[in-house]
Ligand binder design. Structure first.
Ligand SMILES: NC(=O)c1ccc[n+]([C@@H]2O[C@H](COP(=O)([O-])OP(=O)(O)OC[C@H]3O[C@@H](n4cnc5c(N)ncnc54)[C@H](OP(=O)(O)O)[C@@H]3O)[C@@H](O)[C@H]2O)c1
Length: 309
């Protein structure tokens, strides 16, 4: 390798780049001279299309592909099997095969929904999977396709991802608190909220080490530090939001998951044990509380800008 090879930025191609995690990875890597990033949203690269995948990989020839594209409608997936499997399983398979043809390693974001959530003390990477619905099943099969097709991969399972925009628990809670007098939140579902920006930090830190020679391919877990439940997380979101606006909501009520029926049962525990990531890469969990206050601040800055423009 020449000096230029060592100092050249590492080229990453991010799919699903308009989503929470994808846009955070693009943003973070743009500020890091180690990387040069191409972020492609679904309009530029639809991972269900082999033709588009080959076209974009040939055009950009990245050193790594980071797949953040996903179909995430947990309830809708029960009625939209085909679309869900097309993106989360077949799409991952197509992307992995194309990466394999060009010897491009791939990072893929997966989910705690591969587990049924009965195990409360934290899922390890090799714990038995048992998805509760179509979405979880499609994510598991996507993982399996990647494992079979491309040995040079990282699968990072994350849980309870939030950011300042898009459709996530934080933005949905704020919408409800603006329009409803009472909010009900489930207190017997536990998990660790995880900022999309934090997932980006972890993915890029892993890639730096991989690029510098760490032979650490495989499956890892990551979630924010401190176990919470939906009710407590909701309470924290509301209490931070009250510093920025007057909310319509007057009452927050804790309910059990059985009282808050959703079409698809969610894992009772989404807690992921992150020791493998720490032991292999030295990456620590970041407390989600500090990320949440930043996310709420960004959210209100964006609202202010939208009103002013
Ligand atoms: N959100 C969570 O709590 C959570 C938890 C665990 C794991 N994950 C996993 O993390 C990954 C990223 O999630 P996220 O929260 O960033 O989701 P997100 O905000 O919904 O982003 C997903 C992105 O994928 C795009 N997409 C959908 N179909 C596509 C296709 N056929 N080709 C290319 N792009 C496509 C979406 O575009 P459109 O918006 O236009 O459809 C969106 O830009 C997903 O794989 C998800 O399963 C998320």
């Amino acid at each position: 390798m020449t000096f230029e090879d060592y100092t050249k930025p590492v080229k990453i191609l991010v799919t699903g780049a308009t989503g929470q995690v994808g846009s955070s990875i693009v943003q973070r890597s743009e500020d890091d001279s180690f990387f040069s990033v191409v972020g492609l949203g679904p309009k530029e690269l639809d991972i269900t299309s082999e033709e588009q995948i080959h076209e974009k990989l040939d055009l950009y020839l990245p050193d790594y592909v980071i797949n953040c594209a996903g179909y995430n409608g947990v309830d809708a997936a029960q009625h939209e099997h085909e679309r869900c499997y097309a993106v989360n399983t077949a799409g991952v398979d197509k992307l992995a095969r194309a990466c394999g043809d060009l010897s491009i390693p791939m990072v893929h974001i997966s989910s705690d929904f591969v587990f049924d959530g009965h195990y409360e003390s934290g899922y390890r990477e090799d714990d038995e999977v048992s998805p509760l619905g179509v979405y979880g099943d499609s994510k598991w099969l996507g993982e399996e396709a990647l494992r079979q097709v491309l040995p040079q991969h990282i699968i990072l399972r994350v849980s309870w991802v939030f950011s300042e925009t898009g459709n996530n628990f934080v933005t949905r809670t704020l919408e409800r608190a603006r329009s409803q007098l009472e909010i009900r939140a489930v207190s017997d579902r536990i998990g660790c909220p995880t900022a999309a920006s934090d997932v980006a930090r972890v993915v890029l830190a892993m890639l730096k080490q991989i690029h510098n020679g760490a032979e650490a391919w495989g499956t890892y877990h990551y979630c924010g530090g401190e176990v919470s439940n939906r009710y407590s997380f909701c309470k924290e979101i509301i209490s931070l939001a009250m510093g920025y606006e007057e909310l319509a909501m007057e009452k927050l009520t804790a309910v059990s998951a059985s009282q808050y029926a959703k079409e698809v049962q969610r894992p009772g525990s989404s807690v992921l044990e992150c020791k493998k990531l720490l032991n292999t890469f030295g990456i620590h969990q970041r407390p989600w509380r500090s990320d949440l206050s930043e996310v709420i601040r960004f959210h209100y800055n964006l609202r202010k800008q939208a009103v002013e423009s």
